[in-house]
Design a protein around this ligand. Sequence first.
Ligand code: NAD
Length: 498
Amino acid sequence: MSVMTLFDWQARAASAQLRTQAFINGQYVDALSGKTFARVSPRDGQVFAHIAECDKEDVDLAVKAARTAFEDGRWANMKPSERKRIIVKLAQLMRDNLEELALLETLDTGKPINDSLKVDIPLAATYLQWYGEATDKLYGEIAPAASQYLTLITREPLGVVGAVVPWNYPMIISAWKIGPALASGNSVILKPAEQSSLGAIRLAELAIEAGIPDGVLNVVPGFGPTAGAALGRHMDVNKISFTGSTEVGKYFLRYAGESNLKSVGLECGGKSPHIVFADAPDLDTVASGVAWGIFYNQGETCNAGSRLLVERSIKDELLERIKRVTETIKLGDPFDPTSQIGAIVTEEQMKRVLNYIEIGQAEGANVCLGGKQAMPETGGYYVESTILENVQNNMRVAQEEIFGPVLVLTEFDTPEEAIRIANDTSYGLAAAVWTSDLSRAHRTARALQAGFVWVNCFDVSDPTAPFGGFKQSGNGSRDKSLHAFDQYTQLKTTWIQL
Ligand code: NAD
C-alpha cells in the first residue's frame, strides 16, 4: 500500500471517476426515469456525486434479471467448487482494488480513511472469502427414519434475495449478506442505503470481473420508501435480508404480509450496555474498551456500547480514565490518515445527535465531556465525543438509539440491579460484562438478553461467530458464521420408499 497523505487523498477524491448508475443484468444503467439524487459529502457539505435514483420499475427489471438467472441455473447449478472459486476471486479483487474501494467508502460515509483501508474493505473481503470457501463444504442430512425409507434433507437456495443495507458499514454488511446468499446459489439484488451507494455500485463490476454471471448480482441505488419498499413488496422476491433501524425493519415485515409472505431476516438497532463491576480486572483495559466501543466509527455502530453501567464505588475512577482515553482519540478530516474519528454521515444525522445531547441535559443528565458540534468551519458534520453522566435508565437518552458518539453513564449498587437495568430496553443486540469473578461473569452473561455478550473485552469477533439481536434488535435471523446459511436456504425433505 502506498503511503498517502491528506493532500493525496483529497486530490484522488477530486479526480475520481465515480460510477453512479444502477447495475442490472450485468450492465450499468440509468434509472428508467432518468432521475438522480445528489450526495453531499459528510466532510465538507459539498455535493460530490449524483446517483441513479431507482424506483419500482427499476426494481422490477432487476428482479426479472435475477429471476431469469436463477431459473436457468447459470449460477445455482454451477458446480459448488466453481462458485467457490469465483466468490474467492471477488474477495481477491476487493483486495486488489483496496485503495479505490476505501476511497469510495470514506467519501460516502465520512469514516476515517485509515479505517476504510484497514478494517472495512479488508474485512468485507474476508467475509466474502470465508463464505466462498464454505460453498463446497455444506452437506445435507439423512433423517433417522424407519429402515424401509431413505429420508434426505437437502438445502436449496431460495431464489431471488433482496439485501437492504444501512450506511454505517456499507461494504462489511453487504458482504455479510451477499457472501452466504451467493454461496448457496441465490440471485441477489443489493439495495444500498441512499447515503452510501458508491462501494456497492463498484462491487457489482468487480463481481462480473470475478466471473459471477450477468443477472446474479444487481445493485439498485435509491431511497428507502421507493426502491426499498418496491423490493420489500415485490411478489417475485423470495427473501429480504435487512440491516437497519428497528422502525424500518417493521415496515419490511408489513411489506411481506401485504405481498407474498417472503421470508424477512432483520438485523436492527441496539442500545448495548457495558456492566462494569468493581472487581473488573484492569480499569485501563475497561476504559479503552468502553471509549473505543462507543466512539469508533463516530458512534455509528449498531452494537456500540452506548450505555455504561458502572458499580458506584469505581465510577469516578473509571470515568476519569475513559475521559483520558477519549481525549487521545483524534477527530479530524476523514481523508487525513491520522484521523481516528471522522464525520457524521449527514447533516440530518448530526442534528439528531446534537438534539439528543440537549434532550439528555433537559432530562437532568450532565455533559462531562464533549457535547458540541466540532470543526463547523469545514462545512462538514462533526460531533465531539460526548459523555453524559447522571443518567437514569428511563431517560430517552438511555432508551433510544442515538447512533452517534454519545455515551450515557448510569451507576448501580448490586449485580441484580445491573442486570435489571441492562435488560430494561426494547433492544437486545449486544452487551459486555467486566469482572474478575468467573462465576459472576457466567451468571451475568446468562441473564443478559442480548445476541452477543462479551466478557472482559468488547467488539471482538470474526466470521465464525453468529451476529444478531434478541428482542427488537432483530427477529431471530443471524448474519455471519455458518448459521447465516439458514437465512438463504430452505430445507427439502425427500422421503423414499426402498
Ligand atoms: P434505516 O433503517 O434508515 O435504513 C436501512 C435501509 O433501509 C436503507 O437501505 C434504506 O434506504 C432502507 N429504507 C429506509 N426506509 C425504508 C422504507 N420505508 N422502506 C424500505 N426501505 C427503507 O437505517 P440506517 O439509518 O441506514 O442505519 C442505521 C440503523 O441500522 C441503526 O438503527 C443501526 O443500529 C442499524 N444497524 C444494525 C446492524 C445490525 O447488524 N443489527 C448493523 C448496522 C446498522
